[in-house]
Design a protein around this ligand. Sequence first.
Ligand code: SF4
Length: 236
Amino acid sequence: MKQVVSLSGGKDSTAMLLMLLERGEQVDEAMFFDTGWEFPEMYAHIDKLAKETKVPVVRLHPPKPLEYLMFDKELTRGKRKGSHGYGWARPNARWCTTQKQTVMDKHVKSIGGGSVAYCIGIAADEKRPLIDGKRYPLIEWGVTEADALAYCYERGYDWNGLYERKKRVSCWCCPLQSLNDLRVLRETHPRLWEELRLMDKYTCNQFRIDYSAEQLEERFAKEDAQTSIEWPRGDA
Ligand code: SF4
């Protein structure tokens, strides 16, 4: 039976792939869905994994660029019929994640469908819905998120420090990431932050329900100004 893994490149799917190999399990391919919005460190990580594990990494792409769906696609149904673009994802409307699942499912079907063991890297302590017919090795083995990260570090995979400052590593422009992860994005990847601000000028909805990108820029800049104030020392 063929066995494939869904490889986002994050700590959990990376640990799953490495642990499967370490346990002597066969892995026929790793499917990497390229949103086009991955961190540069993530692309480098995927290349390194492919080179070092020798597992064929199949790079899958959405049928149309996600930017097209986000800004330009004409909507033919629902309240926004006739308008363009899905806009930023929302917790209950992750259209970009749906693209990823559809493309990966289609690929698995093309290489054998039900006769393929399809592994997903969900950690034992994550609260995410599980889908029937898929395999969840980290849950089988009781591997938590912290275990997965520690394991990757031990094996020499460190994403050039991405996980040291960010709680989650997802698309750099994901509106569902935490405020702190956005603050880190602005500090560590200023060009991507500028691109995000530009994208927010052309979407049909604002970046987050609570903040536009410009409002976030104002907030973060204000925080920077406050933290750079040198308060008089009480022990002077
Ligand atoms: S990480 Fe965010 S932007 Fe990227 S596919 Fe998932 S929901 Fe969409």
